[in-house]
Design a protein. Sequence first.
Length: 575
Amino acid sequence: MSRILRINCRTKEYSFEDDGPYAGLGGRALTSRVINKEVPATCHPLSGENKLVIATGLMGGSTAANSGRVSVGTKSPLTGGIKESNSGGLFAHKMPKMGLKAIILEDKPEEGAPFSTLFITEDKVEFRDAADITGLDTYPGHDKLLAQYGDKLCAAMIGPAGETLRKTATIQFTDPYKRPARSAGRGGTGAVLGSKKIKAIVLDPEVNIKVSAANADAFKEARSTWVSILKGHPVTSQGLPGFGTSVLVNIINEAGALPTKNFRYGQCDHAAEISGEKIADVIKERGGKTTEGCHTGCIIQCSQQYNDADGNYVTSGFEYETVWALGANALIKDIDDIARIDRICDEKGMDTIEIGNTVAVAMDGGIIPWGDGKAAIELLEKIGSGDPLAMIIGNGVDFAGGAFGVDRLPTVKGQSMPAYDPRAVKGVGVTYATTAMGADHTAGYGVTANVLGVGGSVDGHKKEGNVELSKNLQVATAAIDSMGFCLFVAFAVLDSDNGVQTMADLVQSWTGNDFSVDDLVALGAGAMQDEQDFNERAGFSKVDDQLPRFFETDPLPPHNVTWDYTVEELQGAKA
């Protein structure tokens, strides 16, 4: 049983449908197809015409390692284009156990309507009064849901940023440790949920439909091979579980590609103090956890639990991009301040990459001093209130840059860049420029070949080979997102002779549908084509597939490299 649940947030009507025209799709391929086919490309993202889709990947509900990612799709309030935002948590495994492949939220209530909690059971949807959690940060709001629904709670919710329709707003998902700590982070998905007056979505803890592989023997064999591939690669078996994603701080800094002081430099003097090695030492000293899984079935275990000096829990999912955006790009040196800001972002429901970049823009504009973590904390704690400055910050880099008179804005299609300077890592720079998602490293992670030597080696300082690298990685990533795998499996797959075939074998044996390597590639390419088609109809053109001009004019120390692609050259990276 694989159903799509449609919910009208204005009339409160709902229907369970078979997957019909969306058969054979999952995750990002499904969300992007729905948005492309059903949402007017020129609509306002916060209007009733926009839809929000939550979809499990093709491997959702399975016991295949690292197959527990969920996709959220919509028209982005931040970029004005299509968006798929990917998260861990419990949703991807719970939805199939309710017979659900996707949840599609449509329309929006009349102005002034109160917020609701959607309670979804096997054959019914209830709009429950959310007055008791409206206005609350996600952690106390989630605690109230835990008290009401019990330890089997599986929820998605927004914080005050989503309620107030900030463009940085996330959707926070229950993690395996019963915290709202996993985010569909990028693109303002939380603002779309907020526009539909939904504070939380709760999946009935008591529904637990048995799901199993169509071909149990073939699935068991493919699953065993898959575990061996992931356990056999040094990145997925040692580097990430040993030091978390912040293991990249020292590596990218040494490569001269760690954006520092709002993308002025490629190296940060205090990188060692915010590195994965340093963070792991602090976690151990304070009785935290250096390894956690962000979703059911994770064997990479790159998430962490960071405690304060008194041993009290502060945050989890303390990612490299968060540490970089605040620690290097905004010059904050105190790792405890950075951890506190990460927690605030989860509580308010905000994208840490966009917020970290916006903090740097605020410092560039003289709103708060460079490197002042305490001032950043004070400012961010006001988001969700009526404070005018906090409202500006909550709308991201481009909005804040306009308000503060800052012209150094590292964005593409309205979304700010992650933790790799495109002048020194041109493979990921091509992805920033050409993906329909706006600047997004996860759409095609050229760092693999540019810096890490995974899947081959391509010089990140030179143009040669990086357009092709980015295109291939963008197609592969879209396929991985559509199958519901964690992106980090790509490290092992790129260096494995049978990695791609094993993923295809997993899908075929789990679903019972023929699924070859060619089908896998077609799945990814199809998702990209849906996304590009939507953006073209939304008004984007090839001139939007380029980086801000300062990357061309300002050489990046220490290697003094610049961005030197033409718009025409970059078109080769598109599906």
